[in-house]
Design a protein. Sequence first.
Length: 253
Amino acid sequence: MLDVKGRWVFITGAARGIGRGAALFMASKGCNLILQARKAENCAKTAEEARALGVEVRTVGAEFSDLKQVEAMLAAIDDMKVDVDIVLNNAGLQIAYREKYNETPASDYETSFTVNTTAPMMIVYHFLPKMEKRAFGRIVNTTSGIRLEPEQAGYSASKAALDKVTMDLASKYNGTDICINLTDPGWCRTDLGGPNAPNSPESSLPGVVTGAFINDRKSGRLFAAGDFYGMTIEEAVEKAEKDIPYYTGSIGF
């Protein structure tokens, strides 16, 4: 299992819910953090708790529906002059639930794709060349298990697109020490998942961070949180490296 102590990890959607839990987990393992939310001050509580664990923490703000803000955020991170070794793309937006799904407006798709597909991939493309120069990196993009719900078409389509481009990109790095994978946190009681979700945000751990700790040079896998319930990170990594297949491009993944 990879020792992440002292490495810098960039986590989006870190103010609350799954992103906040991932941030504090990574801090407990000795990672320094760059935390993102719509406004940097929204990460203040997470940052305070993480610093209490003895790590360095920086915060940035960006509204992902505005790609100019994403560009400015990435420039601000570059100005920090630190090497981002791990990216956890957790932030996402469920734009609406359309009971009259045949009346889904085009704007649902436009906003969903900007926030859930384009913004995270801008982040990936920004950090990948830097990771290539150092011959090391871990990228984990967050997907969704939503299926057969046209009521959430914008959200599910944007996540399906993120899946595809992530896995296709991962094929270029398989066998290197830059590992690109997906995670599915499951349906959790967050602002996005709503109060009726069956799982607590805490249940997403360690699954949502497992991709940061793998050390077998394999990319293109989906680490679903439900596969790792109740495990330590050491147990989760062992299972991930032994049992979770990687994407080969076959239909039906």
